[in-house]
Design a protein around this ligand. Sequence first.
Ligand code: IVH
Length: 662
Amino acid sequence: MSDRIDDLRSLLDRASYAYYALDSPVLTDAEYDVLYRELVELEQQHPERVVASSPTQRVGAPPLQLFAPVVHESPMLSIDNVFAIDDLNAWVDRLARLLDREPTLFGELKIDGLALSLRYEHGILLQAATRGDGRTGEDVTANIYAVDAIPKRIAHDAPLEVRGEIYLPRSAFQLLNQDPDLKVPFANPRNAAAGSLRQKNPRITASRGLAFFAYQLEEPIETETHHEALALLRSLGFAVEEHAALVEREQLAARIQELDQTRAQLDYDTDGVVIKLDRIEDRGRVGATSRAPRWSIAYKFAPEEQLTRLLAIEISVGKTGKITPFAELEPVVVAGSTVSRATLHNAEQIERKDVRVGDLVVVRKAGEIIPEVVGPVLGARVGELPRYQFPAYCPSCGTRLIRVLDEVDFHCPNRFCPEQLVQRLMHFGSRDAMDIDGLGEVRARQLIELGLVRIPSDLFSLEPHELGQLPGVGDKMIQRFMVGIATARQRPLHRILFGLAIDNVGAHVAQVVASSMGALDDLLTITVEALVALDGVGDTVARSVVHFRDDPYGSQVVAGLIDADVRGQRAPDLAPATSDQLMGLSFVITGSFPDGPREQIRDFIVEHGGRVIEAVSKRTDYLVAGERAGSKLAKAIELGIPVIDLPGLSAIVASRGQQTVI
Ligand code: IVH
């Protein structure tokens, strides 16, 4: 057992040196916390083994000697952590007992940057210092003078010590990491902030865009409460984090949850909520330990970053042929869910970050975004790992990959690459495109692999018995899929255009292009000149559209869709014109019609002598189906009743009209 205590101490020492002094963590905060708590428990069981040098008895790591040491007048303490609401409530209970009443609480986001102490005298910034080990920090005054976000003069004559967090906004971090002059990208904004603060040349510090939130006034505090102190700091020109507010004990859990759910949108990293006693007098009454004050506590969020092992680097082929490298990882829980894959973005990033298979890597999941590999922990690399070689050939079709000048992504240039066909078929059937019920990844792969479908237009000639060949597809599924395809026939032109997966044509551009066309047929004759004349269509988009139309793949799909009468033409003008051309025919109308209300269609049929009935039966002649048609469409298909759309309806009127002429 004694060995475990020694092991934990040396592990925690090394980790905190790497974290504080080298800005290159070897443990995540969560891992550190787990080991730290284990050590606390062991020391409680063996009090005779507690020594002053134990990580539990001091704060952080000794400062590096790069900048002059500064002894803090009052130590810059740490904060005790809790990870559960119950523990937070227990903390409030304890304070309520100590104070003999319910305490007034104040809540603030815990900013993931570096603590900074700023001393002002006669309204002038005299000294800026980092926390260091809590007692002695580093003098960074020269560099702080280069940081615009920190006031150098304030309208306050009495001596004042302001403490707060210096951090690098996420946006500035992204920009910084794209800088080609940066030899090794920073793992996260916190390390980047630390690196930027510790520059020998203050001009470099100035260029990084550091920011600062004030969260603390040191004694003597002129206000009675913390919230008044923050208001004073604001009035003196300091930024105070906008979510800082008084909070009722009953609201604590809800408030924390709310902050956790919205913090991904902020431009700075946060790792918890700090709860503090609001009344300064109360703080004095509860006191502090050598490590942390009793008047504040940090509720820590589930971490967004973790360390794990990179097992392999694979590449995927997208619908436009774009190659995206991704990491296969030893599974790890990040922000509450298990991650075993993460994006590596592109070849350039792998090279710049020098990520190698076998590395310990930082994995990050911020908000809704797909998890990403931030970079390797270079200090933890053992021995020589081979540099990653980006593949030269497409893993799906074996075609040589190409990289267009000035672009970071590799592409597979083969439009008929099987993986691209699968991805494009999936995209064609996706919600914002043709919204084909039943066409997910599994089905798309099966259809392509069995050769039943090669390009999206093939879908419209699929027969039910062909679908029966797909593994695991029964009658019910066939039915659902046939209905899905029949319904998709009615989609408007902009959704067809979007579904084609033309380079640079997203949902919005597809709308603009579609609005200039009557039906898909017009794509055959459209010119670059006509396209660039449209609002919001530039040269790149126009060329992509025409290029797609003319290339062997695009021309086949467009011809196939026109052939299948999936042309997205607008509803015909259903101007009432009485005739008896639909005499003797009965129609059922189902689904919704974005281009004209159903009433209008009913009137049209009746005015031409037809009958409109409610239920589909063997005696129904036609089903007029709009978007999102459901059970009636299924029934019609089952009974073999022709399903028509609005152009189909007017075609019937026209053809029967011709018969009477003859
Ligand atoms: S109060 C002793 N408030 O968290 C209490 N600290 O792990 C004084 N931190 O060293 C600190 N946001 O660097 C406080 N709103 C906030 C904070 C905050 C981030 C940092 C600070 C501190 C560390 C403790």
